[in-house]
Design a protein. Structure first.
Length: 365
């Protein structure tokens, strides 16, 4: 499937707790100016009418008939059947709302709904980091190629998705890769999102800061303090991002143990990657221990931050050697250095989600 040459049009939606943004894609690119509407999250009838109106306005702008609707919507949900469950940031949805079937009845075309973390990973696997990395490896003369990707989104929450060989892992209950609920060895009594989110940075900074700050300060405010060496709370800000990075590295190490592929990071907090990525890499490339205290590498593979050109060069270097096949005079190539990469999204989360939604619809049609 080549989404970049596909002429079919799919209508899309970026659904947030505050705003809905409607659009349409063709050949992997937006073909209408996005339409933004308030979500009306506390009024179910008004919220559903807003969704219908938004897609109708997009349809009216199109010069050809769309073949499907495909979009990300917050969970929990039975995504396969298009039924939305109880949503904390969209309180009108309680007890199960058949959103997909409703839209299918209204527009008489297939409707696909997924989690934003899943679609982010899918978009990056098909049109973002994964093809970019493999193309750069070709250019560097490396024999390595990657087919597995884990994508995580950092912001108000901690989301994620897994892709293997261009296949998105959905799960039997439509809720695979709920990474926010994984455990944390940094804070064993908490789930991962408590250390990898906007509130985590706020909490860690406010608990260490000497000056008074508003409780609702944002990570960008903490970042500005971290970049100001004259600020008396500079060390507190740096430490908050370091702890965030350790928690992120811990979760990524667990995910990479399973996926053995590329990791890509998206979402609002990627702008601070220079502050948290060193700690994340240190955690992923760190140690774990036996009951006797013997140290083992946390991962079998070494992880490289390929946002750094020097690290990419080392990651792409050909480490293969020739070894003899016993009992013959023949040799075979052997690479004794398994390695993985982590980097920030170049598409941005919103565009990657849109590409993922478009591709998911086409694949399922």
């Amino acid at each position: 499937m080549n989404i970049w040459r596909d002429e079919r049009v799919v209508m899309t939606l970026d659904a947030g707790g505050t705003n809905f943004v409607f659009s349409a894609m063709k050949s992997g690119e937006e073909v209408v100016e996005p339409i933004r509407k308030p979500s009306n999250a506390d009024n179910l009838d008004l919220c559903l009418q807003t969704i219908v109106d938004g897609f109708q306005e997009v349809s009216n702008k199109l010069s050809e008939n769309p073949v499907a609707i495909s979009f990300a919507f917050p969970g929990p949900a039975d995504y396969r059947n298009g039924i939305i469950g109880d949503l904390p940031n969209l309180p009108a949805f309680r007890g199960g709302v058949a959103l997909g079937p409703m839209l299918r009845e209204k527009f008489n075309i297939p409707v696909f709904i997924n989690n934003d973390g899943d679609l982010f990973a899918y978009g990056e696997a098909l049109g973002g980091v994964l093809p970019e990395v493999n193309n750069k490896l070709v250019q560097a003369g490396s024999p390595k190629r990657y087919k597995n990707l884990v994508g995580v989104t950092l912001g108000t929450g901690f989301g994620g998705g897994l892709v293997h060989n261009d296949e998105l892992l959905i799960g039997d209950n439509s809720i695979a890769t709920e990474v926010w609920l994984t455990s944390s060895r940094i804070y064993p009594e908490r789930f991962a999102e408590e250390g990898i989110s906007t509130r985590a940075i706020q909490r860690e900074f406010l608990s260490r800061a000497k000056s008074e700050y508003p409780k609702d300060l944002m990570p960008k405010d903490v970042y500005d303090v971290a970049m100001d060496q004259t600020n008396p709370d500079n060390a507190a800000a740096l430490e908050s991002f370091k702890i965030f990075g350790k928690c992120l590295g811990d979760s990524l190490a667990n995910l990479l143990t399973i996926t053995d592929g590329i990791a890509v990071i998206g979402g609002g907090l990627t702008g601070a990657h220079d502050l948290y990525m060193p700690a994340a890499l240190e955690e992923m490339n760190g140690k774990c221990y036996t009951s006797n205290g013997d140290a083992l590498p946390r991962l079998v593979q070494k992880v490289y931050n390929i946002d750094n050109e020097d690290e990419f060069a080392e990651f792409a270097a050909n480490h293969s050697t020739d070894i003899k096949i016993p009992g013959t005079d023949k040799t075979i190539k052997y690479d004794p250095n398994p390695r993985l990469a982590v980097c920030s999204s170049k598409l941005g989360a919103s565009k990657a989600i849109g590409i993922g939604a478009y591709a998911f619809a086409l694949k399922n049609l």
